[in-house]
Design a protein around this ligand. Structure first.
Ligand code: GRG
Ligand code: 1GP
Ligand code: MG
Length: 251
């Protein structure tokens, strides 16, 4: 049995400077060699790799992607599940999430029932995470039947964030949607972090495409940020972003 909060403790030690690189198994398995090289390049800058997608669910592809990352990089690999089909045995942990602003019971609690059994069977570390989709919402918003929170109404997001904290979630992932044109504004991040305090680990993702944005969101109070689409579209820019962020943080 893996130690209960090993990855979570590791992440908490890196609050305010955690960089997560998200790989979509659906895409990775079609170009495994290319992604292997990208992972090698990103590895020194990564806090952890996230693996998951909103579409094309398959445990086989999830597991293959996790093993590919683990073969070339010693950083933790965390499942970011779009469905219970993403629960795969070789991961170090899973964001065990509920999409709190979904209209559907499936994403609030039903997928978790099926996923829980697999998490238990594989002895995976579960990080209780509230997933909140804002703004454009991207594919995850559409698939997850989210009542997306408008970016210009941060007070609605604040209500969700507080409810998540009081329900006992130890992490919150605020998602603007994969490839979003507008990322979560730093002022909103600052407001949410102030309400949450250090008890809850705050992750921000969606539409972060350059180092300036990444740093502004971290400096506003995000504990970690997620970079996905940039890795797929312009991997050299993702590596550059990672380098600049690490240097600017004095690491
Ligand atoms: C806890 C367990 C077992 C499951 C939770 C299931 C939930 C709550 C899902 C929420 C809805 C959803 C579809 C989330 C997807 C999150 C994710 C992995 C996003 C990253 O993928 P994208 O980049 O948006 O996907 P594509 O690249 O496929 O468009
Ligand atoms: O793909 P991008 O826009 O980097 O977003 C990352 C992540 O928040 C998607 O779930
Ligand atoms: Mg994607």
């Amino acid at each position: 049995m893996k130690k209960e909060r090993k990855v979570e403790d590791y992440l908490r030690k890196r609050s305010g400077r955690a960089l997560f690189f998200l790989l979509d198994p659906d895409k990775v398995v079609r170009e495994e060699e290319r992604y292997k090289e990208i992972v090698e390049e990103l590895c020194p800058y990564a806090t952890a790799f996230f693996v998951g997608g909103s579409t094309g669910f398959s445990q086989l592809e999830e597991e293959r992607t996790i093993r590919m990352i683990k073969a070339v990089c010693d950083k933790p690999v965390v499942i970011f599940p779009g469905s219970p089909a993403h629960v795969a045995p070789s991961a170090d942990a899973i964001l065990f999430m509920s999409l709190l602003n979904s209209r559907s019971r499936k994403f609030l609690i039903e997928d978790q029932l099926e996923g829980a059994l697999l998490v238990w069977r594989y002895g995976l570390e579960a990080i209780p995470t509230a997933y909140l989709i804002v703004g454009e919402g991207g594919t995850a918003g559409w698939v997850g039947d989210a009542k997306t929170i408008p970016l210009e109404k941060p007070e609605l997001l604040a209500m969700y964030a507080l409810a998540a904290k009081y329900l006992g979630f130890r992490a919150i992932y605020v998602e603007a949607g994969s490839g979003a044109r507008t990322h979560v504004p730093p002022q909103t991040v600052a407001m949410i972090k102030k309400l949450l305090g250090n008890e809850v680990f705050l992750m921000i993702g969606g539409g972060i495409k350059n180092a300036e944005t990444a740093l502004s969101i971290l400096k506003a109070g995000a504990d970690g940020i997620i970079i996905g689409t940039l890795i797929e579209k312009e991997p050299e820019k993702a590596v550059e972003l990672a380098k600049v962020v690490r240097e600017s943080l004095g690491e």
